[in-house]
Design a protein around this ligand. Structure first.
Ligand code: TSJ
Length: 641
């Protein structure tokens, strides 16, 4: 990064814009929400400041600790927040950092920066939303400390001790305010994912995450010398790369610092993730467009120059990106975010900068690695053929359905109500369970689509094969939305899509296959909250002509506690939906008044991790899957993908 500007942002340029009361009144404006998400956001706001110090070249280690009381400690070995008096306010600079709300960042206008770095505006927001916050600074042999409560200063900045001259750094400890947050218990895994991502995006930083809440403390250390190159390797874990190198481009243009890393695997999905100033941009933007342009242009030019395709032919961007895992990361002085959720980069200079850096360096790479170039282009040509075949198959289906008036799949027992808002569709594993469900359902509003046997694993199939699959075709026509570029959520025929499978390993596998299909081909259905998992009971308890159902071991134990454990108890463990008659199925799993549904949700900010979850669960390789399942065994109860 350009570091010359550092001097221009002196402590005296800090402007007072608004009191911290405004933050407490409308926290959502500053941290997005007061849910568990906002709670974790506080940590990122603080860590961003240390990352800035690292980017400026003064810090290489950041330690984040979840303390027993769910307070958070963030410690770095940078220069320490300046303690000198700020001219305008006559207060120590550090106090201004914590008590004055700054413009800039995500929601304000101007370009204020504490450090000339990229973030550094959130400290006062975190302070305002914390029951208490303490900052400790080591600087020139002295230890300074100040404490705040709900944003108010408790005492002047004080020297509380001495430290070795060479030791410098900043430590912040804060306890999120229970008056503000709906949830105040930190999730180690959420912090782990984001901090790992930050470490990938900031080459050579060492981020240590500790959890002190349990009997034994947990610790994770993230340190990647290769930065985003290692990010790509990490995301391709569990997939099979088609060449060993991770292609890497880096450069500076028009004040935009560009870094791109990429590698193709033998799968069919595209996984391109873009970041601006280490913040993920799930909706992409100019930087991603610049990258895609450069990729399409360069590969076509290379292919033509080397007679791998005819002069009259060209490969589409999508074909070139089949199986591509890529990270596009730019650092910009004043990012402009667009779109409904402000997750899309708007700066036009980023498009040109990324296009330029990638076009130039990728061409050099391809010329120096003709074997790699050949592998990628052969794969792209295959992708093109499959896509052509798929298009033909789809056109045929389209024409056919236009002829016979969009016929619904034969196996579908549709509901009679035609208002999608009232309707739901059960996707049921197996014909026999499908039969019971058809008998049990409430005909007006509940449709049943039974699926036979194993569902096609879309992680392992190309488009042509996917379009040809009967079960998948049935779902697409039943939902009414189309898929891919045709996808139109306003055509959705049901408000709820409910996956109902046996409560055993096979059932879980089928659910995962179905979710994989929905995630890859109709992600908006999940994003908009239309997808659910039915929860059939695991046990039936009969005693003295009375019946109870239990949905977990704990629940069964609780019921037994209540009714007494004796030989009159008749306990049945359900192995599958098929063991229930229609009436039982209705009562336990389908009656809207009594059933339990789990809504499937996804966190777009963590989409690279989510992608990894699906490949890990559904891909070819066994080792990563075993590891994943072991690591996550205790969370599978709570299916929140
Ligand atoms: F802002 C904050 F409180 F959230 C925070 C800031 C929290 C933590 C854990 C660390 C930091 C931080 C700030 N680490 N390092 C710095 N560096 C500066 O603020 C700094 C130091 C020296 C100079 C200089 O020009 O000499 C300039 C700056 C911005």
């Amino acid at each position: 990064m350009d570091t010359e500007q550092k001097q221009e942002y002196g402590a005296d340029q800090i402007q007072i814009l608004e009191g911290l009361e405004a933050v407490r009144k409308r926290p959502g404006m500053y941290i997005g929400s007061t849910s568990i998400r906002g709670l974790h956001h506080l940590v990122y706001e603080i860590v961003d400041n240390s990352i800035d110090e690292a980017l400026a070249g003064y810090c290489d280690t950041i330690k984040v600790t979840i303390n027993k009381d769910n307070s958070i400690t963030v410690e770095d070995n940078g220069r320490g927040i300046p303690i000198g008096i700020n001219h305008k306010s006559g207060r120590p600079a550090v106090e201004v950092v914590f008590t004055v709300l700054h413009a800039g960042g995500k929601f304000g206008g101007g370009g204020y920066k504490v450090s000339g770095g990229l973030h550094g505006v959130g400290a006062s927001v975190v302070n305002a939303l914390s029951e208490w916050l303490e900052v400790t600074i080591c600087h020139e042999g002295k230890i300074y400390r100040q404490r705040y409560e709900r944003g108010h200063i408790c005492s002047e900045l004080q020297v509380i001790g001495e430290c070795p001259e060479e030791r410098t750094g900043t430590t912040v400890v804060f306890l999120p305010d229970k008056e503000i947050f709906e949830e105040t218990v930190y999730d180690f895994n959420i912090l782990k994912q984001r901090l790992r991502e930050m470490a990938f995006l900031t080459k050579n930083i060492r981020i240590i995450l500790r959890d002190e809440r349990g009997e034994e403390s947990l610790e994770k250390i993230f340190h990647y010398e290769g930065g985003i190159k290692e990010f790509v390797t990490y995301l391709n874990k569990g997939k099979t790369p088609i060449y060993p190198d991770v292609i890497y481009c880096e450069g500076n243009k028009d004040s935009v610092y560009v870094e791109v890393a990429m590698q193709h695997n033998d799968g069919y999905n595209e996984g391109c993730y873009s970041f601006v100033n280490n913040i993920t941009t799930p909706e992409g933007g100019t930087h991603l467009t610049g990258f895609k342009n450069a990729l399409t242009k360069t590969f076509n030019a290379y292919a033509k120059a080397n007679k791998l395709i005819k002069d009259t032919e060209s490969l589409s961007g999508e074909d070139i990106r089949e199986g591509l895992t890529a990270i596009v990361s730019v650092k910009i002085e004043e990012p402009q975010f667009e779109g409904q959720t402000k997750q899309k980069l708007g700066n036009s200079e980023a498009r040109g900068a990324v296009d330029n850096v990638v076009s130039e360096q990728l061409m050099i790479f391809l010329e120096q690695h003709p074997q790699v170039a050949k592998m990628i282009l052969e794969k792209s040509i295959m992708a093109q053929r499959a896509r052509d075949a798929a298009r033909k198959a789809r056109d045929l289906t389209r024409r056919k359905s236009a002829l016979d008036g969009m016929s619904l799949p034969g196996k579908l027992a549709d509901c009679s109500d035609k208002d999608p808002k009232n309707c739901e569709i059960y996707i049921v594993e197996g014909d026999s369970a499908g039969g019971s469900a058809k008998t049990a359902r409430s005909r007006a509003t509940q449709a049943i689509l039974p699926l036979r046997g194993k569902i096609l694993n879309v992680e392992k199939a190309r488009l042509d094969k996917i379009y040809a699959n009967a079960e998948i075709k049935a779902m697409i026509t039943a939902f009414g939305t189309g898929i891919h570029e045709d996808f139109d959520i306003t055509k959705l025929r049901y408000d709820k899509i409910i996956i109902m499978t046996d409560a055993d390993v096979d059932g879980a596998h089928i659910s995962t296959l179905l979710l994989t299909f929905l995630y890859r081909f109709m992600p908006d259905l999940i994003k908009e909250g239309h997808v659910y998992l039915a929860q059939p009971p695991l046990f039936k308890l009969e005693k003295n002509k009375k019946v109870w159902y239990a949905y977990s071991d704990e629940e069964l134990a609780a019921i037994l506690e209540e009714v007494g454990r004796d030989q009159n108890n008749k306990i049945q463990r359900y192995k599958g939906l098929g063991e229930m008659d229609a009436e039982q199925l209705w009562e336990t799993t389908m009656d809207p008044e009594k059933r339990i549904l789990l809504r499937v949700t996804m966190d777009e900010e963590a989409s690279s991790e989510l992608d990894l979850t699906f490949t890990t669960l559904m891909g070819d390789q066994v080792e990563p899957r075993k590891e994943f399942i072991e690591e996550n065994a205790k969370y599978v109860q709570n299916l929140d993908i």
